[in-house]
Design a protein around this ligand. Sequence first.
Ligand code: HEM
Length: 551
Amino acid sequence: LGIARTYALVANYLQARKLRIPIIVTPVSSQDAFWIIIQPHLTRFRNVPGLRTAVTFGYHSWAQNERHRPHQKYGNVFAIVSPKRTEIVVNDPVVAVEVQSHYKTWLKPGPLYEIFDTFGPNVISLNGEDWQRHRRIVNPAFREQNNKLVWNESLRQARQMIRVATERPGAHQTMLDVRNDCVLIAMHVLSAAGFGHVHDFDGGFREIPEGHSTSLAEALKFLLQNIIFAVLFKELAVLRWIFPALYRQIRDMTEEFRQYMKEVIAYNRAITLGGGTSYSADIVSALVEADEAAKADQKSAASAIGITAKPMHLTDAELLGDLYVFNLAGFETTANALTYTIPFLAINRDVQDWAGQEIDAVLKGRDMERLSYEDVFPSLVRCLALMYETLRLWGPVPNTERWCVGESTTLRVGDKELLVPPETFVSLNLYAVHCDPQWWGKDALEWKPQRWIKVDPKTGKEAIALPHPGATFIPWSVGPRVCPGKKFSQLEFVAVIAALLKDYRLKPLALDGKTKEQASSALLDVVEDSMNIITPKMRRPEDAGVVFVRK
Ligand code: HEM
């Protein structure tokens, strides 16, 4: 094995030299299943000479920790060479947009996207015609009625969450409470707007219905927390013997989840087929409707032209795969944006007042729940700016990978022209693209939502500003594969933040007799000490927190 790995490393190195860009050589990679398990235990040795490169660049989300710093040393494009596939890392706004937009040339690499395939190939992981077929069915699900539902349910959940939070002793929340609350809000919004099941914040979604042994919330949380192991168990069967209890649990939770989703599909299909009066606003019913319509179109096309056309609809197994990634992408990302915004707000009272002024001016003392989302949401641009700024610094995706297949493809990065060999990863370092001072200026690493607001000099009206000249902002991706849940997540985020800042202000929780300054810096330390499981996660969320104070 050692000889084979050394041979692969040397061969990859010789191949990478042809690219004429700086090269980082590491004996292990985040593509090595065994290293994924060992690496987290070695992080404290990252400064030991000889281990630094392997520990740093062998982490699948190294871009979250290192951001633009490696590029200061190696330039805006460099290669990481290991015995596995070579990774070309790019920090360039133009290339990031170009590669994500040209989805037919730069494909999502199968080996990296199989992490989303627990329940089968789906709209996130597929490429080519299959992806188009999925996306055609998925797009109509995010329609206008759905936006209203997302807004109303987010307000309802936020109000209930605030009641629970302010009833905690001293209205104090550790970041663990904050995270759990944001996850619950996002799960409930997704449950109502995604699946048509409305629950109250307190209790609801955590209950276990008949025929199940775990709540959907628990099953989902467990699967996401262990998503990497689910893949590793598939790849390295020996791990099933080393971690038998975890393997059994993952298998059982997978079955639970599958059962829940089958019930959701069967329920919606029965309604859709039962008379067509089901035009409801949630995503799954729209998905099933669109799927049934595609089947009907296909039947009539077949009878008109007399041949059986290529299927345009999705099978139940494919719908299941899509529902899983909706679950995953649909709550975890927005929950995270909320979780990471709250500590920054608590530290920056001036920003809370700035956003609060906007909320007061828009609501004019009226009850938010009585106003329609069309009247309120477009005016809450400062609240949206909070989301932009948190996603810029702590977006869910630190780096995103693509590859070309079949033949080598030219990629121009600045003044360099690279001929990228097929099946070589091109890794877009989004954290560098989003916070490198060369693109964003000296205050690039500071959380400053005001940077997103521009004022019309004639009307005085505020709107979201374009990013810094030369920079780009693409946390929802861009082009035909842009996130279909972009507006869904914006509505949810703005509704929750507006409901909170309408009546409350946040301040850092002073644990163990800490001063205000010490509490702020403890909060910032907890945020900075993050890892990444699908999205950034604080390692020590119980070590700091926030207090809700009535305005
Ligand atoms: C803050 C919130 C969110 C962010 C930052 C975000 C970000 C992203 C990004 C970066 C991608 C592209 C991933 C890639 O290139 O592989 C993506 C794709 C996707 N997202 Fe989101 N997302 C968010 C919320 C949501 C929500 C609420 C949903 C659904 C309810 C959703 C569903 C999807 C789906 C289905 C795709 C795959 C699209 C395709 O490949 O055609 N996302 N999202």
